[in-house]
Design a binder for this molecule. Structure first.
Ligand code: AHZ
Length: 310
């Protein structure tokens, strides 16, 4: 199956890897001023439907067995997906995002402002992705948070081995008994539903979910809120974590180091990164400074590979 997927990836036409030249390409420039003779190539509606559904259901079929599943495509989940796609293009990765729009809180720098502030050494990640920034000494500034998010998203989506299922909510975790003989569990995948379906369990009966098996799951669902802190809350309800400490007040200096330091495998097979971690450990929030999200994503990817290769 991987060979088929790799062949498909080779067949994708990609003429946009080189830096774009200034001005429009000739075919596009030639189109301008000639709109009276313009018409699109013909198509039948069913062709459009089949073009989408065949690909989507092939992706669902292929990723029902994934190597790594990432829950949440915010700044941390996207950074983890980017790192994994670069380090291990041979792995099959499912990135599951509840929202229609991936990116979580990283479309704005803070409040409704544009610029994104990141403390060093998070600039190494920006350099790797190729996101431009202004160097202000101890910190760097990306002129718009959306520039960061769209650049990482583009790299992840272009990669041959990450499939993003957006508008898809993780509703539960797949678990298996641990071989430890002490009643422990390991996480072995995720239970999913289209988010619009997940939102209607209260008024429609029995809309059973779908599943993705994966020996390693990275959860980056953000701090508590309508959707956030999903996996750690589920671990409490399954009595695998005693209780959540709850995210503490804002302290940029402490919060960012703590999130990167605490990024880890919380129960076998489940790595937690980003602000979801603050709910377990009672870490401070950092507010509008994003370095820890990126580097927690890198560390979560590293941990996932360690667990995967065990
Ligand atoms: O939609 C959620 C968001 O895109 C998604 N998500 C949450 N629950 C999910 C579920 N299934 C699928 N059950 C789910 N997806 O997870 C993403 C979380 O992104 P985020 O930006 O909220 O979290 P993050 O940890 O990547 O970044 C946190 C950014 C923050 S919050 C903060 C503060 O409050 O102090 N500071 C920063 C930098």
């Amino acid at each position: 199956q991987l060979a088929v997927a790799a062949k498909k990836a080779q067949d994708v036409v990609d003429d946009t890897t080189a830096a774009p030249a200034p001005g429009l390409t000739k075919p596009l420039a030639d189109m301008m001023g000639n709109w009276d003779n313009f018409s699109f190539a013909p198509i039948r509606e069913s062709t459009v439907s089949r073009a989408m559904t065949s690909r989507y259901f092939t992706d669902l079929h292929t990723h029902a067995e994934s190597d790594i599943a990432i829950i949440g495509a915010g700044s941390c989940g996207l950074s983890a997906a980017y790192t994994l796609s670069k380090l291990r293009p041979d792995l099959r990765i499912a990135l599951i995002e509840a929202g229609v729009a991936p990116g979580g809180g990283a479309w704005l720098g803070g409040q409704l402002f544009s610029a994104m502030v990141l403390r060093k050494p998070a600039d190494v990640f920006l350099r790797d992705v190729g996101v431009p920034f202004e160097d202000e000494g101890d910190y760097v500034v990306v002129k718009h948070a959306a520039l960061f998010t769209s650049a990482v998203l583009e790299r992840v989506l272009r990669s041959g081995n990450v499939k993003m299922f957006n508008a898809t909510a993780v509703e539960d975790l797949i678990t298996r008994p641990c071989a430890d003989g002490e009643g422990g569990i390991r996480v072995a995948g995720v239970v999913t539903n289209w988010t619009l379906v997940a939102m209607h369990h209260g008024d429609q009966s029995c809309m059973d979910p779908n599943t993705i098996n994966a020996p390693v799951v990275i959860s980056t669902t953000g701090h508590d809120g309508p959707f956030g802190a999903f996996s750690v809350k589920r671990l409490v309800s399954m009595k695998r974590l005693e209780e959540l400490e709850g995210m503490r007040g804002l302290d940029m200096l402490r919060a960012e180091d703590a999130i990167v330091k605490n990024t880890r495998e919380v129960v076998p097979g489940l790595i937690v990164g980003g602000m979801e971690l603050a709910e377990i450990d009672g870490a401070n929030r950092m507010g509008p400074t994003f370095g820890a999200m990126l580097l927690s994503g890198v560390k979560a990817a590293e941990e996932a590979l360690r667990v995967f290769d065990l």
